[in-house]
Design a protein around this ligand. Sequence first.
Ligand SMILES: C[S@@+](CC[C@H](N)C(=O)[O-])C[C@H]1O[C@@H](n2cnc3c(N)ncnc32)[C@H](O)[C@@H]1O
Length: 257
Amino acid sequence: MIAMATIFHGTYGENDAIFEKFKECTDETSTIIKHIASIIGHGHRALDIGSGSGDIAIWLSCWNDSVIAVEPERKMLDRLREKMASLGIDNVAIIPKAWENAKIAGSFDTIICSHAMYFMKDWETSLRKMVAMLDDHGKAFIIVHADDDPFTNFLTRFEQEIDPIKARHDPHVASVVMAIVSRIPGMTARVDEIPAIMRFASIGAAIDVCPFFFECSPGSITRDVKAELESWFDALDHDGREIVLRYKNAAVTIQKK
Ligand SMILES: C[S@@+](CC[C@H](N)C(=O)[O-])C[C@H]1O[C@@H](n2cnc3c(N)ncnc32)[C@H](O)[C@@H]1O
């Protein structure tokens, strides 16, 4: 399993500014938080894996005595520290490491890994490490792309055309997580779909936020995929028009049986 299904190429250390812009164009963080908030209440210890610049970790810090944010990219962590300082938050501890290398003691009542699984090479080992840290009544929320989501399918086809060798991977969708959980004794899981909307004021704004779609050389994508790109980005030749993309994330909630 390799990291591919993401609208950014390169690491989040290289794309931190674009990622912050992307966050302003999508409602996905608030829809993810709303979904998780409908399931959990006040907790003692929460873990946010692949926290990025920390919007979810910061939300968790309001509902938990303490939070641990695990994130390997220094620039993302600088942004998280800035947000914490400006909000006066002091109950988030940072572990500046990849999840695979993070050493953490104890257990948690909430574990969240939102859109960070894609960057882990061995999903099964990473997931087993997460669920092993759940309290008896704890819940882990793994946020990935929803199965059969048209935008995710387009993203996958696009990546396969521009880089077929790198793109040879299992799909980064909820059913893959569910299949792994079914092999972990004593654990049960369910999937909920979370709709999200991306809005760009114009095609220029879309190109700023997802340059990867627009940087490929002519001829590297087939006519079919080009037509699909144009339909997702709503007539690429008409600047000045708002572009609205609807897509679905999935939350896999894992707990002990
Ligand atoms: C798409 S961002 C998601 C950020 C945040 N969780 C959210 O939902 O807004 C993915 C994050 O995972 C981080 N990441 C990459 N490899 C990782 C790994 N092996 N372990 C933990 N996090 C990783 C990236 O640096 C990036 O900040």
